[in-house]
Design a binder for this molecule. Structure first.
Ligand code: SF4
Length: 141
């Protein structure tokens, strides 16, 4: 995903067919090897086909101890394991609130829930914090 405006030419939007071909090859190979593969694809993905399990099954801890619920949340953090403990962050009120409702600003524009053909799916939450969706749409007119 693109983090800064100047890198927009590097999004997968510019190589949709080539990307799909690679995914098709990977799918064939995964079937041959009996390996489960999940990959998004252009042109035929159903919007809303994904659901966020991140606050239930994973978390991201940075080297300085900061904890985020996923890699799509931008600069939002739920605590710091060095300042308290992993358990105090994982079982915190705020983490539990997120488990009940994906309420973060990033959740409202979260990449996994945006169709892959939509340019907005290819920009990071950091980008979306700085710039709005209109700018992304304008870039791809
Ligand atoms: S930003 Fe919100 S909805 Fe998206 S993966 Fe993270 S917790 Fe889930």
């Amino acid at each position: 995903m693109v983090d800064i405006k100047e890198h927009r030419q590097f999004t997968l939007l510019n190589v949709k067919d080539e990307y799909n071909a690679v995914i098709d090859d990977a799918k064939r190979l995964s079937e041959e090897l009996g390996v489960q593969l999940y990959a998004r694809r252009f042109y035929n993905e159903k919007p809303g086909s994904m659901y966020c399990l991140d606050p239930l099954i994973s978390c991201f801890i940075e080297i300085d101890g900061q904890v985020g619920p996923c890699c799509y949340c931008g600069s939002y953090r739920l605590g710091n394991v060095y300042e308290t403990s992993f358990e105090s962050v994982w079982f915190s009120k705020e983490y539990n609130k997120l488990r009940k409702k994906r309420y973060l600003p990033a959740c409202k524009k979260c990449t996994p829930f945006i169709p892959f053909d939509d340019p907005k799916a290819h920009f990071t939450a950091y980008f979306k914090e700085k710039d709005d969706f209109k700018l992304i749409n304008d870039m791809f007119k």
